[in-house]
Design a protein around this ligand. Structure first.
Ligand SMILES: [Zn+2]
Ligand SMILES: [Zn+2]
Ligand SMILES: [Zn+2]
Length: 270
């Protein structure tokens, strides 16, 4: 299984739009792994999670070819994860694609806004409302949605991707799970890769995102449950510029804990 982490910033990107803070100034000056676009992970050319405002950039500059995209899984309706109007470009003359309709999976808000955006053009994308913990057959993969803990009034989702005997957990926008069924599920699979958010880094965070402490508590809980192998790759992602430190400094914190710090374009082969 091969996947690319395309976007690794929180909602405002990093450097953040319009921001004059020191961390953004430093990120602009240093560049490289400090330039973070909004969320997106792609498995090969056919499966993707989230459609952010930086999707074009990721396709053009990070090699995220979507001309053969078949399945799109959306975590929730916040605009750094869901830009449904992009799907209107699936049809000619905007795209000469042979992959339509794209199957789109998400919660009620994602399905509703997707259908509203495409209006009469429902033939280019099919919107499927998912049920938590109900596995979705998607080509060579099986994808299971899990309830995240993120937004009041909306059931935000994390996803487990399973293929070729490997399991990858995509877990962002979420705090520590509040839904016991989510814990039960992740504690009972054998995880090969966990892509887990750490929006707040060293800053204290309340409930709906994670900080360093939450990240390590999540990791420890999985380790205690025996659901991660010793080779399991832990990745931290979805960072806010308000963490106040750059990529190298995030690495200094995470490396001793056996966690990789994501950057835009990071490839993982399992
Ligand atoms: Zn987000
Ligand atoms: Zn900033
Ligand atoms: Zn969000």
């Amino acid at each position: 299984m091969e996947l690319t982490i395309l976007g690794t910033a929180a909602a405002e990107g990093w450097p953040a739009l319009f921001c004059a803070c020191d961390t953004c100034k430093r990120a602009r000056a240093v560049g490289g792994k400090n330039l973070r676009s909004r969320a997106g992970v792609q498995f090969g050319k056919t499966h993707r999670v989230d459609l952010s405002p930086d999707t074009w950039y990721q396709e053009a500059h990070l090699g995220a070819d979507m001309s053969a995209l078949e399945y799109l899984f959306v975590s929730h309706s916040h605009d750094d994860h869901w830009q449904p109007h992009c799907l209107a470009y699936l049809r000619p003359p905007f795209a000469h694609a042979n992959n339509t309709p794209v199957q789109v999976y998400g919660n009620e808000a994602v399905v509703r806004t997707g259908r509203a955006e495409l209006g009469a053009e429902q033939t280019i994308a099919v919107f499927n409302e998912v049920a938590p913990l109900k596995p979705i057959p998607a080509g060579e993969m099986t994808v299971t949605p899990i309830v995240a803990s993120h937004k009041v009034g909306e059931q935000c989702l994390n996803y487990l991707f399973a293929s070729e005997g490997k399991n990858v957990l995509c877990a962002w926008d979420t705090g520590l799970y509040e839904d016991e069924s989510s814990w039960k599920f992740v504690e009972n699979v054998r995880l090969d890769c966990v892509i887990l958010e750490c929006t707040c880094g060293p800053s204290k965070c309340e409930r709906y995102h994670m900080d360093y402490e939450h990240y390590l508590a999540f990791k420890e809980r999985l380790e205690k449950a025996g659901s991660v192998s010793s080779e399991c790759i832990f990745v931290a992602t979805h960072f806010s510029h308000n963490v106040g430190i750059l990529h190298d400094e995030l690495e200094q914190y995470f490396s001793p804990h056996g966690v990789c710090v994501a950057y835009d374009g990071m490839k993982i082969v399992l």
